[in-house]
Design a binder for this molecule. Sequence first.
Ligand code: SF4
Length: 976
Amino acid sequence: MPLALLVGPANAGKVASLLDRYLAALDRDPFLVVPNRGEIERIERDLLRREPALLGGTIGTFDDLAERVVRRAANGSARPVLSRIQRAYVLSRVVATTALDGLAASAKFGGFAGALGDAVAELAGALIEPAEVGGELGRLYGAYREELDRLGLWDADAMRGRAADLAAGELSAWDGSPVFLYGFEDLTGAQWGLLEALSGRAEVCASLPYEPGRAAFEAVERTARDLAELAGPRIDELAAQGWYESPTLAQLERALFTDTDAEPLSDDGAVRFLEAAGTRAALELVGAEILELLRSGLAAEEIAVIVPSVESRRATLDTAFGSLGVPFAVEGSVRVARTPFGRALLGLLRFAFARGSRGDLYAFLRSSYAGLARSRVDMAEGRLRGRAVRAPERVEAETVRLLGHPIGMLDELRTAPGVIEGIRALAAGMLRAAWGLDRPPVGEAAGLDLLAEEAVRRALDEVEAWAALGGDASPEIVVQVIEQLTVPTRARDRGRVVVLDPTRARTRRFQVVFVLGLEEGVLPRRAVEPPFLPEGRRRELEQSGAPGARLVRADSLARDRYLFYTACTRAWRRLYLVREAATDDGRPLQPSPFWDEVVSRFSRPDVLRFTRRRALSALSWELHLAPTDHERARSIAALASSDERQARALASAGGFGRRLERALGAFSRETKLLSPAVLQGLRETGRFSATELERFVDCSSMWFVERLLDPKTIDPKVDARLRGIVAHQTLRSFYAGLPKRFGTDSIDPARLDEAVEFIHECLREAIAGQVRLELPEVDVLELEGALGRDLELFLRAEVELGLPLVPRRFEVSFGTSRSAPELQRGLELEGFTVSGKIDRVDVDLFSASAVVQDYKSGEAFSARKIASERRLQMPLYVLALRDLLGLEPLGGLYRSLSGEREARGMVRAGARESVPGLHARDYMEEEAFWDQVDEAVGLAGAAVGRIRSGDVRHDPRFGSCPTWCESWPICRVRRP
Ligand code: SF4
């Protein structure tokens, strides 16, 4: 009985005719083969609409058909079929145990077994035996087959091949039920063999989109030819039907990929073009169009967005459609690891079994599946981050301490009788914690959780079955298996726009379709040769293989052309073609040839009339195009930069008045402190540190941010501040330890190398003293290396300078409760006291005089700069030396720890002999020296007056903000 074939262009009624025939054969228990599992549910709904009492018949995939044949005829010789996970295990074992030469290096990489699996599936599907393949691939393929035999299992390809053999040779393999199939443009050898065998013993009817001679169908040419041979005279060629609402769409279907010089089509608005710079901008443009369509009354499920790859666009889709409020559902599959449930589960599993990180544990703890209050978890994590606690043992111990109780699910996982039991109990516990036991979980989020949990449960069943066969079921392997899991997602709900890829779109129809990815390199895709079976090798193997071998694939350009044709013909009302004109960082992208193909069918004015664009610079929408209230408010704010009056009028008419005023005031914020409580606190403050007063003079906002707001970074890192702390500590230990180590107060030039050794020791101790911070080892090494070099060069510069003074006091604190009793009162000035810490005091042993030394990681200030830049600290320290420490000041020196390592500062001219070797201009005449000190006292008094009145402004020292100031996001000042 020859096969019946229905062919014709898209929307010629082929599938409808096939379904009619299927319904007419219901009393003979027909079998309808559909392209994928997702299609079963949809086609059942479709059939029920036509025939409400649908009794009899089976709908399934090709694998279901093969399984039915095998079940009927194998007489107990059928073997169990390997699951996908078990197959991955077998492949890994084969790769690990097969001796390889040329492929040995590649076999070490993770993707090798997966690529081998694809090649083996293609070879088995093409009915090519290992001996015909030869070489290393043949060896691996043969080893895989032997392993299956050893285990007494089949894989899906072996089962299909067996089904084809049985259908050809066993009478009992098929009972004569009619078979119908659609949605197959490419048949493997095994599928072809089964179809051929069945068509010899039952009515078989297939539908195929095909028109002879049209380039759009070049990819299905071979299938059409082979089916036609089998069908003989039983071919129904259906013509294009008047299915499209728009004549433009009907004409476009006829014109696509044809070589005619026909007149341009006239566009009635049914074909539209969207161009945007960047993926997100393109999706926002699509989202805005969708919102317009929805507002016009179109049902969301009548709109499809066809994207080249659902997986790669999912995150941007969530952001772009989510922010616009476009309801959508993705058809395809999602990795369990990307679902909220999977992320939390894998976080805990990695932490428990694979020395996971703090982030892994907290990915679980922060989720609703842990059953903990989010605020408590955030508090605990903040503390751990602040202290840079990273080692897993410490993370766990500290978390338990901060939470005040053990992490129950983690403990149960570890103490379960086995890893699989532990994970099963954990997954169930997580769902309970998130959704409770009062009522069944409902809604989209719950649905995804249930799907993910079910996928995990099934995977665990498979791992268990595999372990029973002697396979590895270690915790690491189980974690790897769950990481690879995917769950199918289907757009079941009405009221949602359907997002799907071109392959899944082939059998669907919608009123409006958006086709994305029409830029260079995306559609058509760049052809990539598969690693094991390049095109030439396929041809050789097919020619040398047994009759029926089918390994040569359609040309990838022809395949993409066919997919584009089907995508364009899914819409019966309106079609949007969407392309990215540039990447997110502004690199221009050429349009895809498919875009040009459609554009070339219309006149230029029509294309321009129905094109909408969004440039990279368009951070807000044009007001009349803004799709949501939020976007409208942003557009008005953008307008305010050029026409404030009109923006104010529009904002007040639209109810955005207050929001606009806030936006307009964003860069001219009131900076004066107004809070009575804060002002009172400041008025009552009697003590100010020299560094904070200097900071206030630098910029009063800088003082406000650093001293009052005092923001902290959460994750400690090796920054200038930490370097400064360690350097100061090192120098203090070094100079304080010199007498004991070398018997001298200063560095002996003859023992400089030993001194260098000593300072490195001090440095290591100073770094180890930062125990509160668990810095990564590489950061510690970098800190030790860089600071070690700086300090060594500093010692050399110190020896070269050769001051005859003796370093005697270090880190001399005054004006605080931690200062020595006689210094606690601080430096008393008019109406306030000053506190501070002098890094080092070098004294003249023959007189009660000394010089102040202050270490600087950056530039050392000269006497002139101390005056011109209104530096307060050094003059105030000089005064403290005299009034508090009772030493006659010779001057004050800044000692730079980097760069030229110069000693600069202000020194009394009369002290030239005690403090020799400085720049001539750093020696100041007596009067100028003390004037400088008086001026600093005056500046300090003025700063205190302003602080007490809350007079905070944006007033950087030289009128513009220095580039190193990091407070500008808080100040919200415009930066040059
Ligand atoms: S950003 Fe400018 S105004 Fe703000 S603190 Fe820094 S220097 Fe001052």
